[in-house]
Write a protein that binds this ligand. Structure first.
Ligand code: HEC
Length: 233
């Protein structure tokens, strides 16, 4: 049997598969486009829940803003560390087989048995278990954070008929950011780690005296805007 090496055999196969995936995504985007005929044809604002969209993936990256607020705010830095950690793991993945897993008592015996098995579906399946666990965890996370998003409804409000700031950029962008937007942020305190009725030290405070009332443009605003656009805008 010819030996297959990471380069070029496996790397080229993976590049081929990824090109296939990209072509498939482009093809699907062509036959199932996001409705963008507004204002001629306007979707309902809540349309699109449970329809998979690319938005699901970035909603996963916003999850930390959802949970790490109030007294949990101190963990928000993990948001930056986790991807770095993952990139390092992926970069080192080709060297995974150098880890002396066979020295671990039970696992070693199991791996030895697997190695002696005839190649076929079961053997491949056993070797694929770590990747399958990762895939299931990632898919579950993407689904749990994404499926509520009303990804087809944006056009309902964000269309040219709704005018400036909704679909048409502000006439004076500099003024918008420096004056109006700055005012929104000042009033709403658009800051990470804020939560309704809780200050950043985790103390419960009344809404009136909270320096960080959850609400307009708080850390979760964008996520809630996509989950329930008719309530949060
Ligand atoms: C029910 C109407 C409505 C729907 C549906 C809607 N939006 Fe909005 N959106 C608004 C309003 C109102 C604003 C505030 C505009 C402003 O401040 O000038 C806004 C603002 C925004 C902003 C600017 C946030 C900021 O920080 O200033 C973004 C981004 C946005 N929407 C994205 C979306 C996306 C993506 C969708 C679909 C998933 C969506 N919206 C659906 C009404 C809506």
């Amino acid at each position: 049997m010819k030996t297959r090496k990471w380069w070029p055999h496996i790397a080229l196969t993976l590049i081929g598969i990824m090109i296939g995936v990209i072509v498939f995504v482009a093809f699907m985007a062509d036959i199932y486009p996001v409705p963008d005929d507004a204002p001629l044809e306007i979707p309902m604002p809540d349309e699109g829940a449970d329809i998979p969209g690319p938005e699901w993936i970035f909603l996963l990256f916003w999850i930390p803003f959802w949970y790490f607020k109030g007294s949990m705010k101190k963990y928000l830095f993990l948001t930056a560390l986790v991807p770095i950690f993952l990139i390092i793991i992926f970069a080192l993945l080709p060297y995974f087989h150098k880890i002396p897993l066979h020295r671990i008592p039970l696992l070693g015996a199991f791996l030895r048995k697997t190695r002696e098995m005839e190649s076929g579906f079961i053997k491949s399946f056993i070797y694929a278990i770590p990747a399958l666990i990762l895939a299931v965890a990632l898919t579950t996370g993407v689904y749990r954070s994404g499926h509520q998003a009303k990804v087809y409804g944006c056009d309902s409000c964000h269309n040219p008929a709704m005018g400036y700031r909704m679909a048409i950029p502000p006439t004076d962008v500099a003024k918008y950011y420096n004056v109006e937007r700055a005012m929104q942020i000042g009033v709403g305190k658009y800051r990470a780690g804020k939560s309704a009725g809780q200050d950043s030290a985790g103390e419960m405070v009344s809404t009136a005296e909270a320096d960080d009332v959850g609400g307009y443009k708080d850390a979760n605003w964008q996520m809630r805007h996509m989950y329930e656009p008719t309530f949060t805008w």
